[in-house]
Design a protein. Structure first.
Lengths: 280, 136
């Protein structure tokens, strides 16, 4: 049986671990709240923008539209993988990378990675990384998407790739975050209700407005993926840290029981020894 | 009859209210929108936005976006909007100086564009804030 001193040390270690994980859990909880708020408050903008884009394309035959909706006849594609910078988030990163590998095709594939974790994995696999950005540990800023998007435009409009997709972790609930692929380009603007035609004035004319509008549409789509990934990261970390804290607490109570038992045993033995001496 | 106005940015909904008049700069000149305006979609350029509601006037600085009007509902999709009363003059001044310093250092093309955009934003905020002080 381990000596009292080593037991005491192990209890102390477990206590320290539980303190740390508890703190991380609380941080993740508060960050998650902020992330969820950000996600809901960007919703109205995104919805309105997609509605507008659909409206304007429905009413006008616009050539400018084709730069975003028709795919160049090339087999290569560009994949944006969004992951956290930091670990300790349960199976989140592993699941994400698994998904990347699972949907991989034979054709040429470029990668833009956001987040250190994805970068580490994909560069270890020897994938062709076009660029790598850090994700940061704070709520993603809207500005952070612009460098990514300008690269995307370069590749898609420069006819280097035929499609651009985003792989990120979708936030479904506190307990479930699932990796998901969404197609960013070519754009698909679905017509839902063709009947609903209205006379609308466009200033300047629609063909000048549309490219700008679509650009904003791409921006907000990408931004929402960022937010989604951030929320998932925090939720996954929160749960992982909660489990770690619970485990540490279990270990503490087990070790404490063991410690008390062996202390008692030691005392009993000493008493027996003393008793033996007197008896002799 | 009032005009329903919603001002939203990618990060949050700034305003949702019934108003009497909306004046804002567009790429084809400044326009004023009154209730029952014809359906319209237009691009907003950087400048000052004025909202009138029951005799009260509110000023905003806006860096750009889109304005949609349909069925007496106006939706402003703005890149960045700030209420004139919320502009912190000291902060804007600081941002302006920082941007100017960056511009004078002649960095790479990308940094240059970012600094330029920041400078424009700071100048706009200062302009709107100063005008409000004069009128009030």
């Amino acid at each position: 049986m381990a000596s009292l001193l080593t037991l005491k040390r192990r209890i102390k270690t477990a206590k320290n671990v539980s303190k740390t994980t508890k703190a991380m859990q609380m941080i993740a909880t508060s960050k998650l709240k902020r992330a969820q708020n950000a996600a809901t408050s960007s919703q109205p903008y995104a919805e309105k923008l997609s509605e507008l884009s659909r409206n304007i394309t429905r009413q006008n035959e616009i050539e400018e539209l084709s730069i975003y909706t028709t795919a160049p006849k090339i087999s290569a594609k560009l994949t944006i993988v969004i992951s956290p910078d930091k670990g300790l988030s349960g199976g989140l990163v592993t699941n994400l990378i698994k998904e990347v590998v699972r949907i991989e095709e034979k054709r040429k594939q470029y990668f833009i990675v956001v987040g250190k974790k994805a970068e580490n994995y994909l560069s270890a696999f020897g994938k062709e990384l076009v660029a790598s950005f850090s994700f940061g540990s704070a709520l993603p800023q809207y500005d952070s998407i612009f460098p990514v998007l300008s690269l995307v435009e370069d590749y898609f409009r420069g006819q280097k790739v035929s499609s651009v997709e985003i792989i990120t972790t979708r936030f479904i609930s506190l307990f479930s975050q699932v990796p998901q692929k969404t197609i960013l380009l070519p754009l698909k603007l679905e017509d839902e209700n063709k009947e609903d035609e209205k006379d609308m004035v466009f200033e300047p004319q629609a063909s000048l407005l549309l490219p700008d509008l679509l650009k904003h549409y791409l921006e907000i789509s990408l931004y929402q993926s960022f937010l989604e990934s951030y929320a998932s990261e925090q939720a996954a970390r929160m749960i992982a840290m909660k489990n770690a804290t619970d485990n540490a607490n279990d270990i503490i109570s087990e070790l404490t029981l063991l410690f008390n038992k062996s202390r008692q045993e030691k005392i009993t033995n000493e008493l027996l020894d003393i008793g033996g001496v007197i008896y002799e | 009859m009032k005009l329903n106005l919603k001002v939203v940015t990618p990060v949050k909904m700034i305003l949702s209210d019934e108003i009497d008049e909306l004046t804002l700069p567009t790429t084809s000149g400044e326009i004023s929108v009154l209730p029952n305006h014809i359906d319209l979609l237009t691009k907003v350029s950087p400048g000052e936005m004025v909202i009138k509601k029951g005799g009260k006037i509110e000023n905003f600085a806006i860096t750009g976006g889109f304005l949609e009007i349909s069925n007496n509902n106006a939706t402003l999709l703005a890149d960045y909007v700030i209420r004139a009363t919320d502009i912190e003059v000291a902060k804007a001044k600081e941002a302006k100086e920082r941007a100017e310093k960056k511009l004078s250092e002649k960095q790479g093309n990308k940094d240059f564009v970012v600094a330029q955009a920041e400078l424009r934003k700071a100048l706009l905020e200062l302009k709107v804030a100063n005008r409000r002080r004069v009128t009030s």
